[in-house]
Write a protein that binds this ligand. Structure first.
Ligand code: ATP
Ligand code: MG
Length: 250
Protein backbone atom coordinates (compact mmCIF):
# COMPACT_ATOMS: atom_id res chain seq x y z
CA UNK A 1 0.00 0.00 0.00
CA UNK A 2 1.38 3.46 -0.87
CA UNK A 3 2.10 6.08 1.80
CA UNK A 4 -0.82 8.15 0.51
CA UNK A 5 -3.51 5.46 0.89
CA UNK A 6 -5.61 5.52 4.07
CA UNK A 7 -6.76 2.34 5.83
CA UNK A 8 -10.54 2.13 6.30
CA UNK A 9 -10.32 3.06 10.01
CA UNK A 10 -8.14 6.08 9.16
CA UNK A 11 -10.66 7.05 6.48
CA UNK A 12 -13.53 6.93 9.00
CA UNK A 13 -11.54 9.04 11.44
CA UNK A 14 -10.73 11.66 8.73
CA UNK A 15 -14.43 11.80 7.74
CA UNK A 16 -15.45 12.26 11.40
CA UNK A 17 -12.93 15.09 11.78
CA UNK A 18 -14.24 16.74 8.57
CA UNK A 19 -17.85 16.52 9.80
CA UNK A 20 -17.00 17.99 13.18
CA UNK A 21 -14.99 20.81 11.54
CA UNK A 22 -17.98 21.69 9.34
CA UNK A 23 -20.21 21.62 12.42
CA UNK A 24 -17.82 23.91 14.32
CA UNK A 25 -17.71 26.33 11.35
CA UNK A 26 -21.51 26.34 11.09
CA UNK A 27 -21.86 26.98 14.84
CA UNK A 28 -19.22 29.71 14.67
CA UNK A 29 -21.11 31.44 11.83
CA UNK A 30 -24.42 31.14 13.68
CA UNK A 31 -22.81 32.68 16.75
CA UNK A 32 -21.47 35.62 14.71
CA UNK A 33 -24.90 36.06 13.07
CA UNK A 34 -26.74 36.05 16.43
CA UNK A 35 -24.20 38.39 17.96
CA UNK A 36 -24.41 40.80 14.99
CA UNK A 37 -28.20 40.73 15.07
CA UNK A 38 -28.38 41.46 18.81
CA UNK A 39 -25.89 44.33 18.57
CA UNK A 40 -27.21 45.96 15.41
CA UNK A 41 -30.62 47.03 16.78
CA UNK A 42 -29.44 48.93 19.91
CA UNK A 43 -26.53 50.50 17.99
CA UNK A 44 -28.83 51.71 15.20
CA UNK A 45 -31.13 53.19 17.87
CA UNK A 46 -28.22 54.93 19.64
CA UNK A 47 -26.98 56.24 16.27
CA UNK A 48 -30.43 57.73 15.63
CA UNK A 49 -30.30 59.59 19.00
CA UNK A 50 -26.82 60.91 18.16
CA UNK A 51 -28.06 62.13 14.77
CA UNK A 52 -30.90 64.05 16.37
CA UNK A 53 -28.47 65.71 18.85
CA UNK A 54 -26.19 66.54 15.92
CA UNK A 55 -29.06 68.20 14.07
CA UNK A 56 -29.50 70.57 17.03
CA UNK A 57 -25.76 71.11 17.46
CA UNK A 58 -26.02 74.90 17.81
CA UNK A 59 -26.05 74.39 21.63
CA UNK A 60 -22.83 72.35 21.58
CA UNK A 61 -19.27 73.62 21.93
CA UNK A 62 -16.86 72.93 19.04
CA UNK A 63 -15.17 70.26 21.14
CA UNK A 64 -18.48 68.49 21.89
CA UNK A 65 -19.54 68.70 18.23
CA UNK A 66 -16.23 67.25 17.10
CA UNK A 67 -16.40 64.42 19.65
CA UNK A 68 -19.97 63.62 18.60
CA UNK A 69 -19.00 63.47 14.91
CA UNK A 70 -16.10 61.11 15.70
CA UNK A 71 -18.37 58.86 17.77
CA UNK A 72 -20.97 58.82 14.97
CA UNK A 73 -18.32 57.89 12.43
CA UNK A 74 -17.09 54.97 14.58
CA UNK A 75 -20.66 53.83 15.17
CA UNK A 76 -21.52 53.93 11.48
CA UNK A 77 -18.44 51.81 10.76
CA UNK A 78 -19.51 49.25 13.39
CA UNK A 79 -23.12 49.10 12.15
CA UNK A 80 -21.81 48.51 8.61
CA UNK A 81 -19.58 45.69 9.89
CA UNK A 82 -22.52 44.06 11.70
CA UNK A 83 -24.66 44.37 8.58
CA UNK A 84 -21.98 42.69 6.45
CA UNK A 85 -21.52 39.85 9.00
CA UNK A 86 -25.27 39.24 8.94
CA UNK A 87 -25.30 39.31 5.14
CA UNK A 88 -22.51 36.74 5.01
CA UNK A 89 -24.33 34.46 7.47
CA UNK A 90 -27.55 34.71 5.43
CA UNK A 91 -25.71 33.97 2.19
CA UNK A 92 -23.90 31.02 3.76
CA UNK A 93 -27.13 29.49 4.94
CA UNK A 94 -28.66 30.02 1.46
CA UNK A 95 -31.37 32.31 2.86
CA UNK A 96 -30.92 34.72 -0.06
CA UNK A 97 -32.29 33.81 -3.46
CA UNK A 98 -30.10 34.76 -6.44
CA UNK A 99 -31.72 35.48 -9.80
CA UNK A 100 -30.33 34.41 -13.18
CA UNK A 101 -31.16 37.06 -15.76
CA UNK A 102 -29.61 37.99 -19.08
CA UNK A 103 -27.63 41.22 -18.63
CA UNK A 104 -25.66 43.47 -20.95
CA UNK A 105 -22.27 43.34 -19.24
CA UNK A 106 -20.76 46.57 -20.55
CA UNK A 107 -23.61 48.78 -19.34
CA UNK A 108 -23.75 47.04 -15.94
CA UNK A 109 -20.01 47.60 -15.38
CA UNK A 110 -20.25 51.25 -16.59
CA UNK A 111 -23.09 51.83 -14.13
CA UNK A 112 -20.98 50.50 -11.24
CA UNK A 113 -17.98 52.64 -12.23
CA UNK A 114 -20.19 55.77 -12.26
CA UNK A 115 -21.04 55.18 -8.58
CA UNK A 116 -17.43 55.79 -7.52
CA UNK A 117 -16.68 59.42 -6.75
CA UNK A 118 -14.04 60.76 -9.11
CA UNK A 119 -10.81 60.22 -7.18
CA UNK A 120 -8.06 62.54 -8.43
CA UNK A 121 -5.84 60.85 -11.04
CA UNK A 122 -7.59 57.49 -10.57
CA UNK A 123 -8.93 56.32 -13.87
CA UNK A 124 -11.18 53.24 -14.14
CA UNK A 125 -11.26 52.05 -17.75
CA UNK A 126 -13.17 49.23 -19.44
CA UNK A 127 -11.36 47.20 -22.10
CA UNK A 128 -13.30 44.88 -24.38
CA UNK A 129 -13.44 43.75 -27.98
CA UNK A 130 -17.18 43.12 -27.85
CA UNK A 131 -19.52 45.72 -26.38
CA UNK A 132 -22.59 43.46 -26.45
CA UNK A 133 -21.52 40.58 -24.20
CA UNK A 134 -24.50 39.06 -22.37
CA UNK A 135 -24.03 37.44 -18.98
CA UNK A 136 -26.35 35.25 -16.92
CA UNK A 137 -26.39 36.73 -13.41
CA UNK A 138 -28.30 38.55 -10.69
CA UNK A 139 -27.87 42.25 -11.56
CA UNK A 140 -27.89 43.65 -8.00
CA UNK A 141 -25.59 40.96 -6.68
CA UNK A 142 -23.13 41.24 -9.56
CA UNK A 143 -23.01 45.02 -8.98
CA UNK A 144 -22.34 44.35 -5.29
CA UNK A 145 -19.41 42.05 -6.18
CA UNK A 146 -17.96 44.60 -8.63
CA UNK A 147 -18.27 47.38 -6.05
CA UNK A 148 -16.26 45.33 -3.57
CA UNK A 149 -13.55 44.38 -6.07
CA UNK A 150 -13.18 47.91 -7.47
CA UNK A 151 -13.15 49.33 -3.94
CA UNK A 152 -10.26 46.97 -3.12
CA UNK A 153 -8.38 47.83 -6.32
CA UNK A 154 -8.65 51.55 -5.46
CA UNK A 155 -7.75 50.98 -1.83
CA UNK A 156 -4.73 48.70 -2.32
CA UNK A 157 -3.15 50.48 -5.30
CA UNK A 158 -2.63 54.05 -6.39
CA UNK A 159 -2.65 53.47 -10.14
CA UNK A 160 -5.35 53.37 -12.81
CA UNK A 161 -7.74 50.41 -12.70
CA UNK A 162 -8.54 48.35 -15.79
CA UNK A 163 -11.64 46.16 -16.15
CA UNK A 164 -11.35 43.64 -18.97
CA UNK A 165 -14.53 42.01 -20.33
CA UNK A 166 -14.13 38.86 -22.44
CA UNK A 167 -16.29 36.10 -23.84
CA UNK A 168 -14.93 32.65 -24.49
CA UNK A 169 -17.28 29.87 -25.57
CA UNK A 170 -20.19 29.68 -23.14
CA UNK A 171 -18.38 31.72 -20.50
CA UNK A 172 -17.81 35.37 -19.75
CA UNK A 173 -14.97 36.80 -17.69
CA UNK A 174 -14.63 40.11 -15.89
CA UNK A 175 -11.08 40.90 -14.75
CA UNK A 176 -10.41 43.78 -12.37
CA UNK A 177 -6.72 44.66 -12.76
CA UNK A 178 -4.58 46.91 -10.59
CA UNK A 179 -0.87 47.59 -10.29
CA UNK A 180 -0.79 47.98 -6.52
CA UNK A 181 0.83 46.12 -3.60
CA UNK A 182 -0.32 42.66 -4.77
CA UNK A 183 -0.95 39.61 -2.55
CA UNK A 184 1.76 37.04 -1.77
CA UNK A 185 1.27 33.41 -2.83
CA UNK A 186 1.14 32.49 0.84
CA UNK A 187 -1.75 34.89 1.56
CA UNK A 188 -3.75 34.18 -1.61
CA UNK A 189 -5.61 31.07 -0.31
CA UNK A 190 -6.70 32.98 2.83
CA UNK A 191 -8.01 36.26 1.51
CA UNK A 192 -11.50 34.86 0.83
CA UNK A 193 -11.82 33.79 4.49
CA UNK A 194 -14.04 36.13 6.55
CA UNK A 195 -12.12 38.72 8.63
CA UNK A 196 -8.76 37.86 7.01
CA UNK A 197 -6.64 40.91 6.20
CA UNK A 198 -3.10 40.78 4.88
CA UNK A 199 -2.25 43.95 6.81
CA UNK A 200 -2.79 42.53 10.25
CA UNK A 201 -2.42 45.94 11.88
CA UNK A 202 -6.02 46.53 10.67
CA UNK A 203 -5.25 50.15 9.99
CA UNK A 204 -8.32 52.26 9.36
CA UNK A 205 -6.49 54.14 6.61
CA UNK A 206 -6.20 51.19 4.27
CA UNK A 207 -8.77 48.74 5.34
CA UNK A 208 -12.10 47.53 6.58
CA UNK A 209 -13.10 44.37 8.33
CA UNK A 210 -11.92 41.78 5.86
CA UNK A 211 -15.42 40.74 4.78
CA UNK A 212 -15.56 42.14 1.22
CA UNK A 213 -13.93 39.23 -0.60
CA UNK A 214 -15.69 36.59 1.53
CA UNK A 215 -19.06 38.09 0.53
CA UNK A 216 -17.97 38.51 -3.11
CA UNK A 217 -16.94 34.84 -3.30
CA UNK A 218 -20.17 33.50 -1.78
CA UNK A 219 -22.17 35.67 -4.23
CA UNK A 220 -20.20 34.57 -7.30
CA UNK A 221 -20.45 30.90 -6.19
CA UNK A 222 -24.20 31.44 -5.68
CA UNK A 223 -24.52 32.65 -9.28
CA UNK A 224 -22.82 29.45 -10.44
CA UNK A 225 -19.51 31.18 -11.22
CA UNK A 226 -15.96 31.31 -9.90
CA UNK A 227 -13.81 34.08 -8.44
CA UNK A 228 -10.06 33.76 -8.99
CA UNK A 229 -7.05 35.79 -7.99
CA UNK A 230 -3.82 36.16 -9.99
CA UNK A 231 -1.35 38.31 -8.12
CA UNK A 232 2.31 38.96 -7.49
CA UNK A 233 3.62 40.81 -4.47
CA UNK A 234 4.64 44.36 -5.38
CA UNK A 235 3.36 43.99 -8.97
CA UNK A 236 -0.43 44.11 -8.70
CA UNK A 237 -3.48 41.89 -8.80
CA UNK A 238 -6.16 40.58 -11.11
CA UNK A 239 -9.46 39.44 -9.60
CA UNK A 240 -11.30 37.45 -12.24
CA UNK A 241 -15.01 36.60 -12.15
CA UNK A 242 -16.13 33.81 -14.49
CA UNK A 243 -19.86 33.44 -15.18
CA UNK A 244 -22.03 31.71 -17.77
CA UNK A 245 -22.91 33.67 -20.86
CA UNK A 246 -26.62 33.94 -21.53
CA UNK A 247 -25.99 33.21 -25.21
CA UNK A 248 -24.81 29.68 -25.88
CA UNK A 249 -22.01 29.39 -28.46
CA UNK A 250 -23.52 26.23 -29.97
N1 ATP B 1 -6.58 44.42 -5.04
C1 ATP B 1 -5.90 44.05 -3.96
N2 ATP B 1 -4.57 44.26 -3.86
C2 ATP B 1 -3.88 43.88 -2.77
N3 ATP B 1 -4.45 43.29 -1.68
C3 ATP B 1 -5.76 43.06 -1.71
C4 ATP B 1 -6.57 43.43 -2.84
N4 ATP B 1 -7.84 43.06 -2.57
C5 ATP B 1 -7.83 42.51 -1.35
N5 ATP B 1 -6.60 42.51 -0.82
C6 ATP B 1 -6.18 41.96 0.50
O1 ATP B 1 -7.15 41.02 0.90
C7 ATP B 1 -7.69 41.39 2.18
C8 ATP B 1 -9.15 40.99 2.24
O2 ATP B 1 -9.91 41.82 1.36
P1 ATP B 1 -11.41 42.16 1.73
O3 ATP B 1 -11.99 42.98 0.66
O4 ATP B 1 -12.09 40.89 2.09
O5 ATP B 1 -11.32 42.99 3.11
P2 ATP B 1 -10.95 44.52 3.38
O6 ATP B 1 -10.81 45.27 2.10
O7 ATP B 1 -9.79 44.53 4.31
O8 ATP B 1 -12.22 45.03 4.21
P3 ATP B 1 -13.73 45.21 3.69
O9 ATP B 1 -14.53 44.28 4.55
O10 ATP B 1 -14.04 46.65 3.92
O11 ATP B 1 -13.76 44.85 2.24
C9 ATP B 1 -7.45 42.89 2.31
O12 ATP B 1 -7.36 43.30 3.65
C10 ATP B 1 -6.12 43.06 1.57
O13 ATP B 1 -5.07 42.78 2.45
MG1 MG C 1 -12.42 45.12 0.69
Amino acid sequence: MSDFTLTSSEEISVKKTMVSLTEVQARQRQLIANFSHELRTPLTLAYGYMQSIHRRSENLTDFQKNALELAMCEMQHTIQLLQESLELARLDSHKICLRRESLLLHSLVSEVISIFPKVKDREIVIETEESNILVLADADRLKQVLLKLIDNALRYSDTAIKIVLEKSGDYVSISICDWGCGVSLQDQPNIFTPFYRVDRSRSRVTGGAGLGLAIAKVLVDGMGGTLNIYSQLGEGSIFQIILKSSVSST
